[in-house]
Design a protein around this ligand. Structure first.
Ligand SMILES: Cc1ncc(COP(=O)(O)O)c(C=O)c1O
Length: 346
């Protein structure tokens, strides 16, 4: 009888499901009504994240998208302008919420792997003149997803923070994968976060939680963020079952991100040797590997062949494809993926 093989899902680090100890932590959670501020598990998670990021306060939100949108809305007024990278998640993949909900426009920067250089901000800011939208907020993404999981040097974030303060701009960090950046850079989360006025972190990516993100900032900022979250329908009740997973993840799943980075490197090492495939960003800086399929193989045929071998990767019918290492993927899975890639490209 054929032995059923496990599907290896490398589409994203969002596909993880809670491990048994995380599930046990969720089941044991002490909960209350968080809209009344009475859920002890939510309050504990918020205090923990605020402390880790060196911020006064934090707020649990449903998703990274909601976290970014809440922060954009609090920082801006309709008609203001954001300055951000043209490939940033906020601009490309969040349903245009910045425009629809916050009523702001964007000034897009062309960057290398998503990393904004401080000088670009000084060039992009508009003079105070009634003809122009008011430049108000800079958004940086760390790690940068479509830049290949690229990591901001702490010094670059420090200089961006200084320029923003000098120019009267607020700085938001989309830190959906901030802990990956920290593990790769050998930095503490607060070393990055101190330079930003607000930060979003995601629990439901490499940290392995089923749901949730957290935003952090000053007390005053978070009080306003709570109001916007409510407006968006994000006031949750016994959310402590979810934040218990977050607390577990922050206590147990950060250091292990190094394994994901190692697996991404191992995958890249394999791909580098395969004729017909090319790494778009080499070497991978964190847990993401972007690759291109070269002619004569068509991208859609390649993807189909790979799926038939039980390997799922991100991307549809065209380059680049993306493979993301996460807690549900082992070193052996990576080895199996490399041999499947080799035959899928033939
Ligand atoms: C960099 C970045 N920011 C924000 C998000 C949005 O997170 P969510 O899917 O929880 O809305 C993602 C999701 O992949 C992301 O990669």
């Amino acid at each position: 009888m054929p032995v059923a093989r496990k599907t290896i899902d490398l589409r994203s680090d969002t596909v993880t499901i809670p491990t048994p100890p995380m599930l046990r932590a969720m089941m044991r959670a002490e909960v209350g009504d968080d809209v009344y501020g009475e859920d002890p598990s939510v309050n504990r998670l918020q205090e923990l994240v605020a402390e880790m990021l060196g911020k006064e306060a934090a707020l649990f939100v449903a998703s990274g998208t909601m976290g970014n949108l809440v922060c954009i809305k609090v920082h801006t007024e309709p008609g203001d302008e954001l300055i951000l990278d043209s490939e940033s998640h906020c601009y490309q993949h969040e349903g245009g919420g910045y425009a629809a909900v916050a009523g702001v426009s964007v000034r897009l920067l062309q960057t290398e792997r998503g990393i904004i250089q401080p000088e670009q901000i000084a060039q992009a800011v508009r003079p105070p003149d009634a003809h122009f939208a008011r430049s108000r907020l800079v958004v940086i993404e760390n790690t940068h997803n479509s830049g290949g999981g690229s990591v901001y040097p702490v010094q670059t974030v420090r200089r961006i923070g200084e320029i923003c303060r000098r120019l009267g701009l607020a700085l938001h960090m989309d830190g959906a994968r901030l802990f990956n950046a920290c593990v790769a850079a050998g930095a503490q989360p607060a070393e990055y976060a101190r330079h930003a006025d607000s930060v979003t972190i995601c629990l439901s990516k490499g940290l392995g939680c089923p749901v949730g993100s957290v935003v952090a900032g000053t007390q005053e900022f978070i009080a306003r963020a709570r109001r916007v979250r409510k407006m968006l329908g994000g006031g949750m009740r016994q959310a402590g079952y979810l934040t218990a997973a977050g607390i577990y993840a922050l206590e147990h799943n950060i250091e292990r991100l190094a394994e994901d980075h190692e697996n991404a490197r191992l995958l890249a090492d394999g791909i580098r040797e395969i004729k017909g495939l090319r790494l778009r960003y080499d070497p991978p800086e964190t847990n993401m590997v972007y690759l291109d399929v070269l002619p004569p193989k068509s991208p859609s045929a390649f993807r189909e062949a790979l799926n038939a071998k039980g390997i799922l990767i991100g991307g549809e019918r065209r380059n680049p494809f993306r493979a993301v290492a996460h807690i549900g993927v082992t070193r052996r899975d990576i080895q199996r993926t490399v041999s499947a890639l080799r035959s899928a490209v033939r």
